[in-house]
Design a protein around this ligand. Sequence first.
Ligand SMILES: *Cc1c(COP(=O)(O)O)cnc(C)c1O
Length: 417
Amino acid sequence: MQFSEKLTNLAAEAEAALAVRFAEIDAVSFVNTNRVMDAFRAHRVSDSMFQSSSGYGHGDKGRETLDSIFAELMGTEAAFVRHGITSGTQALTIGLFGLLRPGDVLYSVAGKPYDTLEEVIGLSGERGNGSLADFGVSYRQTDLDGDGKFCTAEILETLKRDSAVKVVFIQRSKGYLNRKTLSVAQIGELIEAVKRVRKDVYVVVDNCYGEFVETREPGHVGADLVIGSLIKNPGGGMAECGGYLAGSARAVELASYRLTSVGIGTEQGATMGQNKSLYKGVFYAPHTVAQALKTSCLAAYVFEKLGYAVEPKWDEPRYDIIQMVQTGSDEGLCAFCRGIQKGSPVDAFVTPEPWEMPGYTDRVVMAAGGFTQGSSIELSADGPLRAPFTAYFQGGLTYESGKIGILSAAAEMLALK
Ligand SMILES: *Cc1c(COP(=O)(O)O)cnc(C)c1O
């Protein structure tokens, strides 16, 4: 791809300004890679663990060891990682159904959870489909305040008043909401306060898009269950599919009874040749996350200089890999996604078109030119066609290819003007 002199110079200017940020990102990646390798060494990872199992998968050493490695990396007592978990939503569903019983209350304290959880909770969709609401689990919510912080006083008050709250739910990443992403430190402070008034609740963290962005995970600051998807950060762009749940021994045990069956838990689960790509994925994950973060920083700089509002800004701290760019118009958002698609390694010849996606009120346009379908640790972008026409994008398996995607998007936007 050939880029104009203007864009080439802008990228060079951005990289000079970002040198310190990039060094910080590399330093985090080093600490996290060191943690991964320490865990591999401590658990004596060997190539025999990459062998395939079938049937029940009893005694699959590779699977059992990877579970322990994830527990260690997530700062928890226990964990399970399974290639057969189809998505982040399914992983979250396993966790919530594992912990909640009829009469219990699920309490979301960082505002509305991710869209796909609405039907799981029973906030939307038909009754009778088997949502948490159908099983007699009710839902409460407290939003973040205007500065994107927890309303701690209100949360503690609610916990004291409503003894039926069993799960306190925190979504770490902004996801596709217009709010700030929570840091591990903020999550830790809230957990400490929550546990002071109620030791009996489980704090569950939706960790999607947050893994390895900092050197600690929510499990290091007391979360009882931490949940994520392997086609995002912790799969390192290598895992072909899957999800993980990590937490206290009891919370993980309860979740494991939903994964398989009560009484069986994590003792079964054939890995069918997937172990190697899961190990390789977590090995790469800190590095791949760093590539995605650098790509986001570059985009923040470039698009701000081109006159677009961006969140976060290039020099702001980052707690997830998502970057928002307000494209300002229908055509702007489509041009942005077109450029990302053109600058992707797979399906670069495809033109993304807006469509009526089930479950969304506005039409949505998406760019996804990755090796793994739906993978969002790979360069991908989307956004609803409504003001301010925000493009949400994330990923980039390598900074170099991410940069090509960003410059391609910028070129498409400039061509509109
Ligand atoms: C992606 C995501 C999910 C759901 O994951 P899927 O794999 O798309 O089902 C849940 N929560 C957050 C914050 C996410 O980013």
